[in-house]
Design a protein around this ligand. Structure first.
Ligand code: M6R
Length: 366
């Protein structure tokens, strides 16, 4: 049932070009420059007119939510807050009928996320869900929702669910941008087209497996890893670090790159691998400075960058490139090498990849 792969996680990493396409099928209508999200059509007006959107989730789903915040704020100019589902509850949250809550959960059974759903509903907010498991508790208890259609995810480390969640959030952001008239036709057409090209680009990244593997082999016994990203690639840094600690038990931290100077820079020496997410976008000059700062302290820079980003490739000890796309969609591509890196490192360390110690696929206790 692993489709010839040694682990479910590897199978699920490989499936992503297909699962992203499945997630967009019938929803991303390129020829009409249109997004169709049937699951929320009855409540779209209320969503469009909401005062703010609160996204709540845990773990990897929370990282997808952070990417969603950038997407929705940028394309729809709508105010978004992202909360850990657990923390949302402890704060006696300020949420009213004018707000919309969006919860994200692969399993649809995460106890803290479910509790956030119940809390928001009790305060009169519209509650929407992005779930993978059809008919799950969260899918049933939300007012409306969008399924990710990624298929069963068995590996405890979430991979294809994450890229599908981001895909749904991107489609929501475009729809909201169009409906709130914050996104002109040309811009929405360009991003819709870019989305339609993502599955082929993901498949292209899979051909870099051996390149990523060579880096994994070199750093499999590093005690620590640092991941840095800015803007929409900051959540990808968090996700890369979570993936690594979860399955390989290496201590890893993800940071917004600018925060490096405020503490983590003290950790950098010749033993420290630093994974830098550096697409050729508005953050490029700043990322280049970060790379220089790491190098000046003899840190080992592993850049995940775009094909056209020669400067970053030249400055970094190692680099893995991904194809160029619309800036806002780069997380869908930059996360893939990070998934492969953590997977291969866990394999070299002989860890139980699909069922890491102490972890369950769905966390049904609070
Ligand atoms: O099923 P959910 O998306 O609600 O799960 C949330 C987290 O428990 C989950 O993403 C966890 O962090 C993963 N093991 C990450 O790979």
């Amino acid at each position: 049932e692993k489709g010839g792969f040694p682990h479910f996680m590897l199978k699920e990493i490989h499936e992503q070009s297909e699962t992203i396409a499945d997630c967009m099928r019938g929803r991303l209508v390129v020829e009409d420059n249109k997004i169709v999200l049937g699951g929320i059509s009855a409540v779209t007006d209320r969503l469009v007119n909401a005062r703010r959107l609160i996204i709540a989730a845990c773990g990897t789903s929370w990282h997808a939510g952070l990417v969603g915040e950038y997407l929705i704020e940028s394309l729809a100019k709508m105010s978004v807050e992202v909360e850990y589902a657990s923390e949302f509850r402890y704060r006696d949250p300020l949420i009213t009928e004018e707000d919309v809550m969006l919860v994200i959960s692969q399993s649809g059974e995460t106890a803290d996320t479910l509790a956030a759903v119940r809390e928001a509903r009790s305060k009169g907010a519209l509650v929407l869900g992005i779930c993978n498991v059809v008919g799950s508790t969260i899918a049933r208890e939300t007012d409306a929702g969008i399924y990710t259609h990624a298929g069963p995810e068995i590996g405890v480390a979430s991979t294809k669910a994450f890229t599908a969640q981001v895909t749904v959030l991107a489609m929501m952001a475009i729809l909201l941008g169009q409906r709130r008239a914050k996104l002109d036709e040309k811009e929405s057409a360009s991003i819709i087209k870019a989305m339609s090209e993502i599955p082929a680009k993901v498949a292209e990244i899979m051909t870099k497996f051996d390149e990523v593997d060579a880096i994994a082999r070199l750093f499999a016994y590093a005690p620590n890893f640092l991941y840095l990203g800015r803007s929409y690639n900051f959540p990808v840094a968090l996700e890369g670090a979570l993936k690594l600690k979860e399955i390989s038990y290496i201590h890893a931290e993800g940071y917004p790159a600018a925060e490096m100077k405020h503490g983590p820079i003290a950790l950098i020496d010749e033993l420290m691998p630093v994974v830098v997410l550096a697409a050729a976008d508005h953050t490029n000059d700043k990322m280049i400075s970060n790379i220089e700062e790491v190098r000046a302290r003899k840190g080992r820079v592993i850049a995940i960058t775009t094909d056209n980003n020669q400067d970053v490739q030249r400055l970094s000890e190692f680099s893995i490139t991904v194809p160029e796309t619309h800036d806002l969609l780069t997380p869908l591509l930059t996360v893939i090498p990070l998934q492969i890196l953590s997977y291969q490192i866990a394999v070299y360390r002989k860890c139980n990849v699909d069922q890491p110690r102490n972890l369950a696929k769905s966390v049904t206790v609070e």
